[in-house]
Design a protein around this ligand. Sequence first.
Ligand code: SF4
Length: 285
Amino acid sequence: MTDLPDGTLSAASLPRFFSPSAASTYDKCPRRWKHRYIDKLPDPPGEAALVGTFSHRVLELLCGEEPSLRTIDRARKLARDVWPSISTHRDYQALDLEPEAEREFRWKSWRAIEGLWGLEDPALVDVRATEQRLTAEVAGVPFRGIVDRMDNSDTGLAITDYKSGKAPRPNRRSEALSQVFLYAAAVEADTGERPVQVRLLYLGQEAIEETVTDEGLDEATGGLASSWASLETDCSSGRFEVRPGPLCGWCPYVDTCQEGRSEVVRRVEAGRMRQDAPARAALGI
Ligand code: SF4
């Protein structure tokens, strides 16, 4: 991808694939998407994302075991085995946690892992695949994603994704489910098999489950196609709008973004920005 002399971007900058997380970043703020996916500026995961990485890895290994071995004790052992690869990773090291904060990190991760048993008994799940890579054309969009788990249920294939963050409010549930509906659409496009159910397991909180219907698939794939069409326009014009909002507090590019800086300052002054928002430290406010 190159900048042309007149400041626009070449059409070749359109990415080869569009994942749910890229689509979500683009929908929240096209400029942030550009910085991350075109300019390739660093967007290191924060503490919450690394808790997710740790807990996902342990559950992936656990669900790769024979069903009778999927116990809490086994998960504890796997967590101990996985911990060195997390604690020595540069993203974790970059957090620079004090010993007390590190204990808290490990505790949060364990609560997420253990939280699976509040939602289901993994020993009773018929796991077909874990960390399944999906590549397919979905609604004309070159889609790529990795689904946490694919399960055989009594009625057919179920798509399951773990979440270590906070469960959404009822009015945001269908937005949250669009990711797993996209996975379902990709599986159908790739294999011809339509999954019967999509599930989001908010570890330690609740399971959000939905039957796969034409309407659910159309809504998710329609949203993806619309974001992709908008992205095509942006890539050919080279103009990626800023969309300032609460997430500017967690944007790694806030110090180079005038609109984002103003948004964070305004929210801090109004008492509407969390103390732990990284942008506060980045901007010294
Ligand atoms: S600071 Fe806000 S407006 Fe600026 S790029 Fe980041 S998310 Fe977008």
